[in-house]
Structures are given as C-alpha cells and as structure tokens.
Design a protein around this ligand. Sequence first.
Ligand code: SAM
Ligand code: DTB
Ligand code: SF4
Length: 324
Amino acid sequence: MLENTARHDWTTAEIVEILQQPLLDLIYRAQTVHRQHNPGNEIQLATLLSVKTGGCAEDCAYCPQSAHYQTNVQPQPVMDVEAVLTSAQRAKELGATRFCMGWAWREIREGKAFEEMLAMVRGVRSLGLEACVTAGMLNDAQAQRLAEAGLTAYNHNLDTSPEYYDQIITSRTYGDRLKTLDCVRRSGITVCCGGIIGLGETVIDRARMLEILATMQPHPESVPINALTAVEGTPLQNQQPVDSFDLVRMCATARILMPRAKIRLSAGRSRLSREAQVLCFMAGVNSIFYGEMLLTTSNPERDADNQLLETIGAVALQPFAEAH
Ligand code: SAM
Ligand code: DTB
Ligand code: SF4
C-alpha cells in the first residue's frame, strides 16, 4: 500500500523549502506525487449548504457569521430536515457526490437541533451521497452518535499556525481544535481539516499549519485550502487578496505532504481565472465546492464549473472512491 510510504515526520524547515522552491519544480513534484496516488483526471464535487447561518458566538476575525461583527449576514433560524434533504437531492441531481452541511456554532449542543442534524446525516447518506458536517467543537459521545448516523466526514479547520492563531481567534484555543479533531478520529468518521491563507500570516505560519496536518497519523482524508474572502464588517475586511500563485504553492505543498488526501480548493475560487484553477489542479487539487454558494459568500456558477471540467476532460470522482 502506498499509504505506508506517506511520511508523518515533516519538519518546518523542509516544508518552508518546498513552499518556496521554483514554482515549476513545485508543480511538477506535486503532480508526480498526485499521479502516484490518485487518478489524474477525477475531481470531487462537494456541495455546501448553510443549515444554520449567522449569530455565532465565536470571534473568528475572518468570519462574516460571527455575532461580534456587523456584516451583511443576518442570523437565520436553523433549516428543517426536509428542506435540507430537498437541497441534498437537488445537489445530487446536479452532479455533486458529497454534501457538506454547516452550522454557525461554537460547538454542538445536545437537543432538538442535534437530533435533526443526525436525521439530516441519515437522509443524505440514504441518497447515496457522502455526508459532511461542520458545526464547531464536539465531544466523544457526539462524534459517536454522528458516526452511528453514517456521517462520512467532519470538518473542523486549524485555520492557521498555532503561533498566529491568537491574532485571529481568541474565543477558543488551538488545543480545543485539536481535541475536537481527536474525537472525530476516534469515532471512525474521516477528518476534513485545513485552513486559510491571506490572513496576514507569514510563509512560516503556512508551513506550520501544514506541518500540524501532515504530522497527524493518519493524515486528514480531506484538506480544504481556503483563500480569505475579505468580508466588509470583519476585522480582516481590508486584507489584500492573496496572489493566486501563493494559493497554487499551498495546494501543491499540501499534495506533496499528504499524497492521498483530497485537497479541496475552497473559498476564494471565484476570484481565480480558469487558468489559475487548472494550475491548482496541476498542483494536485482533486476536490472543489460545486454550486453557487459557499456558506454566505459566492462560489463559481455551476455552468462555469461544468464547462471548465469538460474543457479539460476531467470527470466527477465517484462517492466513496478510494485513492488507489
Ligand atoms: N462554525 C464551524 C467552525 O468554525 O468550525 C463551521 C463553519 S466555519 C464557517 C468553517 C470554516 O470556513 C472556517 O474554519 C474557515 O476556515 C472557513 N471560512 C470562514 N469564513 C471564511 C472566509 N471569509 N474566507 C475564507 N474561509 C473562511
Ligand atoms: C472550508 O474549509 N471552507 C468552507 C467549508 N470548509 C465549510 C467554508 C468556506 C466559507 C467561506 C465564507 C462563507 O461563505 O461564509
Ligand atoms: Fe463561528 Fe465557525 Fe464563523 Fe468561527 S468560523 S465565527 S466558529 S461560524
């Protein structure tokens, strides 16, 4: 099995060197690793739905859904099970194979909303889709119940390096995040964990975030790489957009460090040209969010994505496909 060749002992210095090597060498190396471990022309299409929008207790400086900031996101009541499953059915008909549901919560709480979350997971799975939830921190018992409901993946991001973290979030610690990720791993649900670039971090911070991910054993099955969408009203509203080559470098490095993970080009894709997106695919990206909306911000149009995939001869990855 090629997984046995995956390393879990990457150092910061090694990762900084990879991130900064000449771009063409970096892409070549990432594509070589990608081809050794994954089908070359298959891209996972994941559709995202915000089940509970806005009014979040956390103070994540990038997030339009935090109750700490005045943004154009108005808090909405939680969507009901039927509406979520209608949306999942539609996503399936339109070609998605993974359905990701988000709650703007600090942590999962027991009660009606959690029981409904479990019903949504069961419903999404019964449609034959992979089901992913992102809803903040959780404990072992909650992870266990989500696993029993058939949840495929739980998303909880590191967002940035441990050193830069407290510039971005003060209402929960890096350790809290790692604890949640441990609960997910112990429950048997696959781990979806990545972060954001463009928060004002250094290249060392980027390397450190990747180092924490790539020294996990096993690696996260899924690694979303987000470029900050600077939203008016958040503390990061004036942050300069990241250079698309920095995003390519981040994706390529993630691919080299974590050969079998789904590397998902996440927030910030609508700012990329078709060519920049294809560079990301060359760099080993094999998953995208598919559909007009992320949680509260926009994503490329479905038609544009269909056309792009067709033009380059890429096809949708089947649900539950294992890397070879
Ligand atoms: N509340 C849950 C949590 O924080 O885990 C789930 C939803 S939260 C919006 C999921 C992730 O979206 C965050 O961890 C962050 O990485 C990403 N995100 C949120 N706002 C973003 C923005 N403006 N630009 C880029 N990524 C963003
Ligand atoms: C992830 O890493 N990115 C997605 C998903 N996981 C939940 C969310 C991106 C959110 C971008 C800002 C918004 O639309 O609110
Ligand atoms: Fe809340 Fe998640 Fe946004 Fe942080 S990223 S404010 S936890 S919704």
